[in-house]
Each structure stands twice: as C-alpha cells, then as structure tokens.
Design a protein around this ligand. Structure first.
Ligand code: SF4
Length: 269
C-alpha cells in the first residue's frame, strides 16, 4: 500500500544526524511543546501558513508581508526517489538516511514504509525521536531501523512536564524497551541553560543511562541562541530569551559527567 505523509523539509549532505553523509527527512507533527523548540514549524501535524513581516529599509514606515506554506503531503515514492539520488555518497561515506521531525513516530505507517524501502535497497537508516510514542509504533519500525537517535531531556517528572508539556514516563519506558531490544542507540541531550544543563539533571541522566545496554554515543547539544528569532517568526511562545550558549569550560565539566559510561561523547557546536 502506498502511504502518504506530511513532510516539512529535506536536508542533503547532513553530517550531524548519524554516521557518514546523510539525507535528513523532517516529518511534521510533534506531541511535545518544549519551550526551547528550535523547530516550531514542526509542531502541527498539518501544513501551515506562516507570515514573515519585513520593515521597509529606506523609510521604515511601511511593512511587507510574505506568506510561506510549511509542510506538504507527499508519497513514500516521492521521498524515496529523492533519498536514492545520493546513494553514491552514502556508499562512499558509510552514511544513509535519517528520519527526523517533529516526532517522526507521529506518522508510524508512513515512517515504516519509508524505512522498509530504504532497507530493501540496503541503505543505512536512522530515526531521530523524542521517545514520546506508543510501544506499538516503535515495534512497527524496529526491524527496519539501524540506529536510534534518542533525545533525552529531563529526568524529573515534574520538571519534564513543566518544560515540555508532557510526562517523561513513556519516554523513559521506551528507552529501556529499545535498549533491551538490542537496538543501537545514540543519546542526544539538548543543553538548555538552567533547565536541562543543571548538575542535578545531568547527573540523573548519566545514572539512568548507566543501567542501559546498547548506548554507543552521547551527543551534547549546546544551546543555540539563534533559535530565538526563528521562534518569534512562527509566533510560538518563545519563552526563552537572552540565554547564552555554555562556555567551553562548562561543556568540559558536563562531558566529565558522562565519561564513566565509557561511550563516545560528542559536543556539537
Ligand atoms: S521534541 Fe523537538 S520538535 Fe518536539 S517540541 Fe521538543 S524540541 Fe520541538
């Protein structure tokens, strides 16, 4: 059966979303509402129109408005044809395709079809997930996913609800499930100043991970000040302002928290 789904971006030659050179496909829709979200265009499942207002640079008296539609319904074959165009790069670099979002597991059947077609052609597959999806959705895609990029944000249930709008119980349960299903997992931790980057939270994440199998990497993602402007464009809550990216010194300290795990730790700039 030919499924369709909603996709809002495709990035080629990505080197941050798994091994080698990759194509990253962004599926629309996310059940979380993180206050630091740098992809506000990803949250709604359906395509949406955004408005960009530009001030007239000469007189500064008038404004122009441009409307962009974000997201489009596409077939599995449309995406696969695009992905296959770069298979030579995947083969040479040990790369492949990454499905990201939003939360790609919000469209589980579409995602499964995409993964299946890639595996039929022996293309390496990765899924970048918040972990907030049903166990059944994970079971559907596990056989066709080589690597999970799993975002882990906050261990405290109360804090998680406060900053992402949802409980983390399902997320932690799914991470344990994936670990036991012997899937290769790369943990990604967004470092949001005074929210996720506290000594207490990072210590609790390291402690949680120490009990799991099949964790091969921990990626530390420093806060990106540039995302604030993008949040405003999409009229999202944009509650975070004037926060600064972590210093090299504090990133080194954070890295040490995870060294006892004995896995590869990467700091992404
Ligand atoms: S999980 Fe990611 S895409 Fe979803 S709201 Fe949080 S930061 Fe945004």
């Amino acid at each position: 059966m030919q499924h369709t789904g909603i996709v809002f971006d495709i990035i080629k030659y990505s080197v941050h979303d798994g091994p080698g050179i990759r194509t990253t496909v962004f599926l629309k829709g996310c059940p979380l509402d993180c206050i630091w979200c740098h992809n506000p265009e990803s949250k709604k499942l359906e395509p949406e129109t955004t408005t960009k207002i530009t001030r007239n640079k000469v007189l500064k008296l008038s404004y122009s408005e441009t409307k962009d539609v974000v997201g489009r319904e596409v077939t599995v074959d449309e995406i696969i044809n695009e992905v296959f165009k770069d298979r030579m790069f995947y083969e040479q670099s040990g790369g492949g395709v990454t499905f990201s979002g939003g939360e790609p597991l919000m469209q589980p059947k579409f995602l499964k079809e995409l993964l299946l077609k890639c595996k039929e052609q022996d293309i390496h597959t990765a899924v970048d997930t918040s972990g907030y999806a049903s166990k059944e959705a994970f079971e559907l895609i596990i056989p066709y996913t080589d690597l999970f990029l799993f975002d882990l944000k906050i261990i405290s249930e109360t804090e998680h609800k406060k900053y992402t709008g949802v409980s983390n119980k399902l997320i932690l349960r799914n991470l344990i499930f994936l670990s036991e299903a012997a899937k290769k997992i790369r943990i990604r931790i967004p470092l949001i100043p005074e929210i996720t980057d506290t000594e207490t939270n990072l210590g609790q994440i390291a402690e949680f991970l120490s009990k799991l199998k099949n964790i091969f990497n921990v990626d530390l993602l420093p806060y990106n000040e540039l995302s604030e402007g993008k949040n405003k464009k999409f009229n999202s809550k944009a509650q975070l302002e004037n926060l600064k990216m972590q210093s090299d010194e504090s990133l080194d300290k954070i890295k040490k928290t995870f060294e006892p795990l004995g896995v590869e730790i990467t700091i992404r700039g």
